[in-house]
Every structure is written in C-alpha cells, then in structure tokens.
Design a binder for this molecule. Structure first.
Ligand SMILES: Cc1cc2nc3c(=O)[nH]c(=O)nc-3n(C[C@H](O)[C@H](O)[C@H](O)COP(=O)(O)OP(=O)(O)OC[C@H]3O[C@@H](n4cnc5c(N)ncnc54)[C@H](O)[C@@H]3O)c2cc1C
Length: 293
C-alpha cells in the first residue's frame, strides 16, 4: 500500500535517535524536522526511539527540546552500541506499533540499523534522503545518485518505509513554545547471542583542530597530486587557527591522514569559512561540511 497522503494518522513515524555516551547527536533534531515534514503529508504521531543504558535524562532532554514523545528503552547491556540489540529491540517495537515511516540518520550507525530493519521488516528503504515533497499525490523523497549527477525523486508503494537522512539536509527542529513531549520508559533485558561490544579504543591522534577551526581549507582529487598540497598549506597559513582537511579520495591515497577526512565517514565540521579546492561536492563529502558558513 502506498504511504497515502493525508490519511488519518494512526501508525506513528519512528525516529531512531543517536547519541554518544548519552549526549544527543545533532542529527536527532534534523530527523525531527524531517519527520515533521513527513507528518504534513501523512499525518501521524512522531515517536523518538532512544535506546541505551542510563538514557532517562537524555530522553527527557530530547522530549523537552523537541516537544515530541519519546520511547526510552533502558537496556543494561547497551553501555556501548550493539547492532544485534538495536535491530532486535527496534524490530520488536515496529511489530508492536506498525510505524508508517522509520527515519534514521545517514550515518554509519543509522545506516547499519536502518538497513538491518528493512531486511527484517521486508520494508522499502530509501537511503541518503536530502529532501521531500509531494508529487502526483504521493510523498516523494529526494536523494542524489551517481555522485550528484542525478537528483532522484523516489516514492514507495509499501509501508513501512524506512529512510536514512543525510546529515545537514534539514535544519534542527525548533518548535515554538512546545510543551515537553511525554517519555515512556521501558526496561528490556537482552543478552546478545552473536555480537558483544568489548570497548572503544580511541585513535592515537587526538587532534581537535579540524572540528574547532573557524576556517578550513580542504583538498580534493582535483589538486592533482600530493606535491600540490603545499599550495593548500600556504592558503591555510593566511588564516590564523585554520585547519587543512580533505575528501576521502585524498585520504585513501594517503595524501592526508584519516583524521583530516571530512564527510559522512570522516569528520563533521561547521567552520565560518570552508574552501573546497578540487572537490566535486559529492553528497558524502557535503554531509560533513553542510553546516559551514
Ligand atoms: C559510503 C561512502 C562514504 C563516503 N564517505 C566520504 C567522506 O566521508 N568524505 C568524502 O569526501 N567522500 C566520501 N565518499 C566518497 C565520495 O562519494 C566521493 O567519491 C569523493 O568525495 C570525491 O572526492 P573529490 O571530490 O575529491 O574527487 P572527484 O570526485 O574526483 O572530484 C574532483 C573535482 O576536482 C575538479 N578539478 C579537477 N581538476 C581541477 C583543477 N585543476 N582545478 C580545480 N578543480 C579541479 C573536478 O572538476 C572535480 O569537480 C564516500 C563514498 C561512499 C560510497
């Protein structure tokens, strides 16, 4: 069945919240804006799903900031992200609520959860959504294809529809004078059968300059070779406190270090000024620097 426009709201829109040690990631509030836009076409309640250990405070903060209801699932075994627990617990919740849409970040974690859920729920899945609107009576999601050469508009004919949203595509949700959403807290015990998270080892590079710099000069494939990085460094030297970053190709070639990679699978930055030198602007790169300027 098509995600019908303006049908009476019954099945909720789920947002899968992401957090780092019980601090909400900015993508949560962008997903709330996206879900709110979906709601304009397909009226339904929005529920933010928050999994973790000791997430009560975080859940209240998110419900307070967004005015949206949250389901907070306390799982003692979730001190660290565990894909098995996330997918199984959210799958069970989806079976219980039959959501019309499940909205997650187009981030490593969001993609992991969303794609796994799509398989388990036999659901339609649109990855890398950057916008949405109405076309021919259907809700249509916009995403780039072929490295940004094609702007695809995709509608799904079945429910639930699972989407992942490119970071930076929607402004963070800021409702006017919203009263705090309700938080329903549940406790789940789950002994993972297949996956155990053993710990996180931090990179030996603890360079925060790229995330704090007010000006970033980034190098892409178009600079032609490592020997031309000197030009990038000279430009960086013009701006005190600036940092040098790069696209994934440049990092994969070893011209820059991974900590300097900007994008979906690298750092997310928001300097006042961002120079992209010889960078094509693939969506995966834009995902890391859209908040600039
Ligand atoms: C799952 C996944 C995750 C990814 N994560 C990231 C990520 O985190 N970060 C990231 O950057 N990419 C990421 N990518 C890769 C991304 O899709 C692109 O391939 C990459 O960003 C392209 O890098 P680029 O723009 O430097 O190179 P190209 O796409 O090769 O672009 C080079 C640009 O330089 C221009 N150019 C050429 N010569 C000159 C010249 N003389 N002067 C000026 N301009 C010139 C060209 O016209 C072109 O626009 C990811 C891809 C996938 C599939």
């Amino acid at each position: 069945m098509m995600a019908a426009m303006n049908k009476p709201g019954r099945e909720p829109i789920f947002i899968i919240a992401e957090h780092n040690e019980n601090k909400a990631k900015s993508i949560v509030f962008e997903l709330a804006t996206c879900a709110d836009k979906i709601k304009q076409y397909c009226p339904a309640e929005i529920k933010i799903i928050i999994l973790g250990r000791g997430t009560e405070k975080l859940s209240s903060e998110i419900a307070q900031k967004t005015g949206l209801d949250a389901i907070s699932i306390e799982i003692n075994e979730l001190a660290l992200y565990n894909p098995e627990i996330y997918k199984t617990v959210i799958y069970n919740l989806a079976v219980e609520y039959s959501p019309s849409f499940i909205v997650a970040g187009h981030t490593p974690r969001g993609l992991d959860v969303a794609s796994g859920l799509a398989v388990r729920l036999n659901a339609a899945f649109i990855a890398g959504v950057e916008g949405l609107g109405e076309e021919g009576g259907k809700i249509c999601f916009r995403r780039q294809m072929f490295f940004g050469k094609i702007d695809a508009h995709i509608a799904a004919d079945s429910e639930p529809l699972i989407i992942t949203v490119q970071p930076g595509s929607f402004v963070p949700y800021k409702p006017d004078n919203a009263s705090p959403g309700k938080v329903e807290t549940r406790r789940v015990e789950y002994a993972p059968e297949f996956i155990r998270a053993k710990g996180i080892r931090s990179s030996k590079f603890q360079d925060s300059s790229i995330s704090k710099a007010k000006v970033i000069i980034s190098a892409g494939n178009g600079i032609g070779g490592k020997e031309n990085l000197g030009l990038i460094n000279r430009l960086a030297a013009v701006f005190p406190g600036s940092a040098v970053g790069g696209s994934r190709i440049v990092v994969d070639r070893g011209w820059l270090e991974y900590r300097q990679q900007i994008g979906l699978t690298g750092a997310q930055v928001s300097p006042d000024l961002y120079f992209a030198c010889g960078i094509s602007g693939a969506s995966q790169h834009l995902a890391g620097m859209r908040g600039s300027g």
